[in-house]
Design a protein around this ligand. Structure first.
Ligand code: CP
Length: 303
């Protein structure tokens, strides 16, 4: 089994994974030797802090070994992805890959003998959304019926968030004045529409009013953030998105928890007062990436 997105998961499967993560978080000692003698390869074509740290520490704390593989310093950069995967998957028990393109993650999955985890590509970010669901369940006691409002560019995180929320009975409203076409997935949108649990609006104030959770993400994907070729688009997005910043003014009268998947661009998608407000669960949410990674390894690797 691989983890590309949540399409193969029922709501029950997904909530079971959330519960497994919470169980591992509560009883870490029980799992200390689960993967003794096993290895996971972590391949990065893009930058990362949380995904690298969480999957590496997760494997260590489960008794196994994680190898960090920088795409640029290996022959992945020169050779055919499928050939390299054919080799790699004969030496490790699991592969986590953060790739630019979903099509390349899918090629890896086809060529691999062992489970491959999508560590965030241009379409999906499932391990992040598992951490988000863990956080919602911890704060609210249950997922079903929780109201989450996502404010930001419709991107890879939005896709997985819509899947994660609607499958587990949460209500999600997206406030996305910009739709990143590279991330468009009609199947996810159509199934979310059918569920009756997803709506989209540009009335940000009304959306936030009765939200339990308010969530944002970067307006610019990480690979473009410092790219001079993206400068004009970046300026355009900042101008268009600024009225949708999560800040104290927007949150006035709201009791919602504040979420962000990090890295944060302070003063852009979220202000310092919102990040540091007593309702912010941003760092807990990021901490939960570790338990998300552990649950994913436990589900995918046969101990
Ligand atoms: N949220 C997230 O995936 O963080 P990193 O990009 O630092 O891994």
């Amino acid at each position: 089994m691989h983890l590309l997105n949540f399409k193969e998961f029922s709501g029950k499967d997904l909530e079971a994974l959330v519960d497994l993560a919470i169980e591992v978080k509560s009883n870490p000692n029980k799992y200390l030797r689960t993967f003794e003698g096993k290895s996971a390869a972590l391949i990065f074509q893009k930058t990362s802090t949380r995904t690298r740290v969480s999957f590496e520490v997760a494997m260590t704390q489960l008794g196994g070994h994680a190898l960090y593989i920088d795409w640029r310093t290996t022959n992945f950069a020169l050779a055919d992805i499928s050939d390299e995967l054919q080799y790699l998957s004969r030496n490790v028990d699991c592969i986590m890959a953060r790739m630019l393109y979903d099509t390349d993650v899918q090629k890896m999955m086809k060529a691999s003998r062992v489970p491959v985890i999508n560590g965030c590509d241009d379409m999906y970010h499932p391990s992040q959304i598992l951490a988000d669901l863990i956080t919602v369940k911890e704060k609210r006691g249950k997922l079903k019926g929780a109201k989450l409002v996502y404010i930001g560019v419709h991107n890879n995180v939005t896709n997985s968030l819509i899947e994660g929320c609607t499958k587990t009975g949460m209500k999600i409203t997206t406030v996305s004045p910009i739709f990143n076409e590279a991330a468009r997935d009609e199947q996810i949108l159509s199934e979310a529409k059918q569920s009756g649990l997803w709506e989209s609006t540009l009335d940000v104030k009304a959306a936030v009013k009765d939200a339990d959770f308010v969530y944002t993400d970067t307006w610019i994907d990480m690979e473009f953030f410092t790219d001079p070729k993206f400068e004009t688009e970046k300026e355009k997005r900042i101008k268009l998105m600024m009225p949708y910043q999560i800040n104290a003014e927007l949150l006035k009268g709201s009791d919602a928890y504040v979420m962000h998947d990090m890295p944060i661009h302070r003063g852009y998608e979220i202000s310092a007062d919102a990040i540091e407000s007593p309702k912010s669960v941003i760092y807990e949410q990021a901490e939960n990436r570790l338990y998300s990674a552990k649950a994913i390894f436990l589900k995918l690797i046969n101990p």
